[in-house]
Design a protein around this ligand. Structure first.
Ligand SMILES: [Zn+2]
Length: 224
């Protein structure tokens, strides 16, 4: 029975990864074969999108499975070197079961200008994403990438990668995807606000009130 349950769980996650891959491609959050989506299985293995396949054309049969060390367990394709960053995050965040990495244009514009989105401006973004820091530039596919995000993994569910893109972490795939969508929307709003004279951050008093409400309604303290 346990195996059947695990198989159903895996099939569901594979379908969700394909669905979200198509969605991030349609929304322009990635171009060509960019980006990576992954999810953690109950047995600790990770299933993810393969290297060199467009997210817009991805099929269920192309999903790859690796063990927590990154060794290929199943798949016709390779997982791509960006899996290193995902495995690094899963090891340190037991509460996280899905990761979306993409290059959405507004968030990536901030990352490319070496600007974080750490200000506290929109209540819903503060509650859902908390602080959105900028991880220092790291050469893709090297061990510099995990090191660059190390300072933020414990306390952040969304961060920018300098001169690269963005990463969001979720308790499940939908959660990680919605965080990416929210991050990109927020980056667009901040950019527009800057054209209009600049966004105004909430005061410490407002943040305290927001934190109390978040705790009361959602049972979670906001990460400031
Ligand atoms: Zn990337």
């Amino acid at each position: 029975m346990k195996n059947k349950g695990s198989l159903r769980e895996k099939e569901k996650l594979i379908s969700e990864i394909v669905e979200i891959s198509h969605l991030i491609y349609q929304k322009g959050f990635v171009s060509a074969t960019d980006g990576k989506i992954s999810a953690r299985l109950e047995n600790g293995n990770i299933i993810c999108t393969p290297t060199s396949i467009s997210k817009g054309e991805l099929k269920k049969s192309q999903i790859v499975e690796v063990d927590p060390e990154g060794n290929l367990v199943y798949g016709i394709y390779k997982p791509s070197t960006e899996i290193k960053m995902h495995l690094f995050i899963y090891k340190q965040r037991k509460d996280i079961n899905a990761i979306v990495h993409a290059h959405p244009p507004f968030a990536t514009a901030f990352a490319t200008a070496a600007l974080s989105l750490e200000g506290f401006t929109l209540p819903e973004v503060i509650i859902n994403l908390g602080k959105i820091p900028l991880a220092k530039y790291a050469t893709p596919s090297t061990d510099e990438v995990p090191l660059s995000i190390q300072p933020f993994i414990e306390n952040c569910d969304a961060f920018l990668l300098q001169n690269h893109g963005a990463v969001t972490l979720g308790t499940n795939l939908k959660d990680a995807y919605f965080k990416m969508e929210k991050l990109e929307h927020y980056a667009m709003v901040v950019l527009l606000a800057r054209i209009l004279g600049g966004e105004k951050n909430l005061s410490n008093e407002d943040l305290k009130k927001l934190s109390d409400i978040s705790l009361k309604i959602y049972g979670k303290k906001i990460k400031i």
